[in-house]
Design a protein around this ligand. Structure first.
Ligand code: CS2
Length: 501
C-alpha cells in the first residue's frame, strides 16, 4: 500500500479525536453494530445509502451499522480496513466544498477471499437487511429479457456448488443458510439503476434457486420470508482522483485513501415493503412509497438517458468531463434538453405535483457542475447493460405512439459510433469497457459502413430484443445518424439535430 505523504497519520478511530467536531461523524461509530449487509462498497453506496443510514441513526439514536462487502475487487477493503471503515464524503458545488467523515461502515469483507463469511453475515440473526449496488452488469442478466445468463461461467460454477463468485450465487447461499439457521425474515434492497429493480432481482434469485436440488423448499421459504422492495437512487458520484485525496488530507490533517466526492443533491425513493426492521430512512429525507415505478422511470429515462447520450457524444467530441460537454458553447446541453422534452417526457406519467420541466432544468444544472470531475468515459462504460432501460424503453414507447424518436436514436447511434470506431473525432483512442466488448468487436468486425455497423449491433438481441431490432424506422434513424456522426462528427451532428427543436 502507498505510504501516506507528508508524514501525516491515517484516518482511524484512534485519530478521529484530532478532527474538528463539525467534521467528525455525528454518532460514535463504536456504538453501532453491523445490522445491514451491503454488497458493492463502491463510491456510490458510500455517498448515498451509507449517509442516509448515518443520518437516520443520528435522528433516532438506534445502532444501525453496515457490513460492507466488496464482491470482486479487494481494493476498497484495502483502502478502508486500515481506517476502521471510516472515510470522508466531500460535497462540491462551485467553489464550495464541505467535508464529513462517515462512521457507519463497521465491518468490511472481501467476498472473493471470504465467501463463507459473507454467507454467514447474510444469515446472522443481527442482519435484517441486505442492500446492493453492484452495477447493472453485476446481476449477470440479459437486460432486454431480465433473464439470468445461465451460460455465464461463474453462474454455472455457483450453481454447481462452488464457493459463490456471483452476487446472485452469494445471495442464495446466504438465504439458504438463513433458512436453515433461524428462518428469520430478511429484506433485500436493490439500489442499482434498473427498472423495477426489486422485481428483477427477485426474479433472478428465483431463476437461480429453481435450478438447485432443494428448489421447492427454498423458493417457498423465500416467498414467505423475504421481500425485495424496489428503489430509486440518485446522486452523482464520480470516481475520486489523487487530487481529491490530497485536497481532503490537507483539510483533515489526516490521510484518507477512501475519500468520495459528490454533489449536494441526493434522493432515495423506496417501496415500503419490509418484513424486518430497517433504519428510519424517512428521517434522513428518503421517500417511502407504495409505488416506486413512476419515480424510477422518470429518473432512468430523463437523468440516466441524457447522461449516457452526453457521455457518448461528449467522448466522441473529445470532452473529458460531462461538465465540459455541457459548456454553453457546445451543442450537447441543447441536445439533452431536446431529448428529455421531445422524446422522453411524452412517455412518462409523473406522480401528482411532480414538475417535469423543473426536474429537467435541475438535471442540466447538475450535469454542468464543474466542481465534479465526472469523466465521460466513466459514464460511457457498460453501455450494453445500460441502453435498454435508459433509451430503448423510450424509443419503443415513442414508436408505439407513432412518433419518430430522433433524439433518443442519436443517443443509441452515438453508442454505436463509440463502440465501433473506438476513436474520438479528434483521433484519440476510446476504450470500450463493457461485458459484451468482445462480442461487439466480433460482430462489428472492423467495418465502418453505417448500415453494416447498425445491422451488426442490432443483432445483439440481449440488448435490443427481437421487435425493436426489426423496426425499420428505428433502423433508418440509426443509419442516418451514424452516417452523420462519421461524416460530420458529434458536435455538428448534435447541433444540427437540436436546432430543429
Ligand atoms: C451514471 C450514473 O455512470 C453512469 O452511468 O449515469 O451513475 C449516475 O451518475 C447516477 O445514476 C446518478 O444518480
Amino acid at each position: 500500500m502507498r505510504q501516506p505523504a507528508g508524514g501525516r497519520r491515517r484516518l482511524t478511530l484512534a485519530s478521529l479525536a484530532s478532527l474538528p467536531l463539525e467534521l467528525a461523524p455525528p454518532v460514535d461509530p463504536r456504538s453501532l453494530r453491523a445490522r445491514i449487509v451491503h454488497l458493492g462498497l463502491g463510491a456510490f453506496h458510500r455517498a448515498h445509502q451509507a449517509l442516509f443510514t448515518e443520518d437516520a441513526v443520528t435522528a433516532t439514536g438506534e445502532d444501525w451499522g453496515i457490513c460492507g462487502v466488496s464482491p470482486r475487487s479487494g481494493h476498497v477493503v484495502e483502502q478502508l480496513a486500515p481506517q476502521d471503515g471510516l472515510y470522508t464524503v466531500a460535497t462540491r458545488a462551485g467553489r464550495q466544498e464541505s467535508l464529513r467523515v462517515v462512521g457507519v461502515v463497521r465491518e468490511l469483507l472481501w467476498a472473493r477471499a471470504d465467501p463463507d463469511r459473507v454467507t454467514a453475515r447474510i444469515a446472522a440473526p443481527a442482519t435484517t437487511l441486505v442492500t446492493l449496488t453492484v452495477t447493472e452488469k453485476g446481476y449477470r442478466h440479459d437486460p432486454a429479457s431480465n433473464r439470468l445468463r445461465l451460460e455465464d461461467r461463474e453462474i454455472a460454477a455457483d450453481l454447481a456448488g462452488e464457493p459463490p463468485r456471483t452476487v446472485i450465487g452469494q445471495l442464495v447461499a446466504g438465504l439458504e443458510r438463513r433458512r436453515r439457521d433461524t428462518g428469520e425474515p430478511l429484506t433485500i434492497l436493490c439500489c442499482d439503476n434498473l427498472p423495477s429493480n426489486g422485481r428483477v432481482l427477485e426474479g433472478l434469485v428465483h431463476e437461480f434457486v429453481a435450478r438447485r436440488e432443494d428448489a421447492d423448499e427454498l423458493a417457498g421459504w423465500i416467498d414467505r420470508r423475504v421481500r425485495f422492495p424496489s428503489t430509486m437512487v440518485d446522486r452523482i458520484v464520480p470516481a475520486s482522483t489523487r487530487g481529491d485525496l490530497l485536497r481532503v488530507a490537507a483539510r483533515l490533517g489526516l490521510i484518507d485513501e477512501g475519500v468520495v466526492v459528490t454533489e449536494p443533491f441526493r434522493q432515495w425513493v423506496i417501496e415500503d415493503d419490509f418484513v424486518a426492521p430497517r433504519p428510519a430512512w424517512e428521517k434522513a429525507g428518503a421517500t417511502l412509497t407504495a409505488d416506486v415505478g413512476p419515480y424510477e422511470r422518470i429518473k432512468l429515462r430523463m437523468l440516466n438517458a441524457s447522461h449516457s447520450t452526453i457521455a457518448y457524444l461528449g467522448a466522441l467530441a473529445d470532452c473529458e468531463l460531462v461538465a465540459d460537454a455541457m459548456r454553453e458553447d457546445r451543442p450537447f446541453r441543447a441536445l439533452a434538453e431536446a431529448l428529455m422534452a421531445a422524446d422522453v417526457a411524452p412517455t412518462l406519467q409523473p406522480p401528482d405535483g411532480f414538475d417535469l420541466d423543473d426536474y429537467r432544468r435541475q438535471l442540466l444544472e447538475r450535469f454542468a457542475n464543474r466542481a465534479l470531475r465526472h469523466r465521460t468515459i466513466q459514464v460511457a462504460m457498460d453501455g450494453s447493460q445500460k441502453l435498454p432501460q435508459r433509451l430503448l424503453g423510450t424509443i419503443r414507447d415513442r414508436l408505439a405512439q407513432g412518433a419518430e424518436p430522433a433524439v433518443a436514436a442519436l443517443g443509441v447511434a452515438a453508442w454505436m459510433r463509440f463502440v465501433s470506431a473506438r476513436r474520438s473525432d479528434g483521433g484519440r483512442e476510446l476504450e470500450v469497457d463493457d461485458p459484451l466488448a468482445d462480442r461487439i468487436a466480433q460482430t462489428v468486425g472492423g467495418h465502418e459502413d453505417p448500415a453494416r455497423v447498425v445491422d451488426a449491433l442490432l443483432s445483439l438481441r440481449e440488448v435490443f430484443g427481437e421487435q425493436l431490432a426489426a423496426d425499420q424506422l428505428f433502423r433508418a434513424l440509426l443509419v442516418e445518424h451514424l452516417g452523420a456522426l462519421r461524416r460530420d462528427g458529434a458536435a455538428r451532428t448534435a447541433a444540427r439535430l437540436s436546432a430543429g427543436y
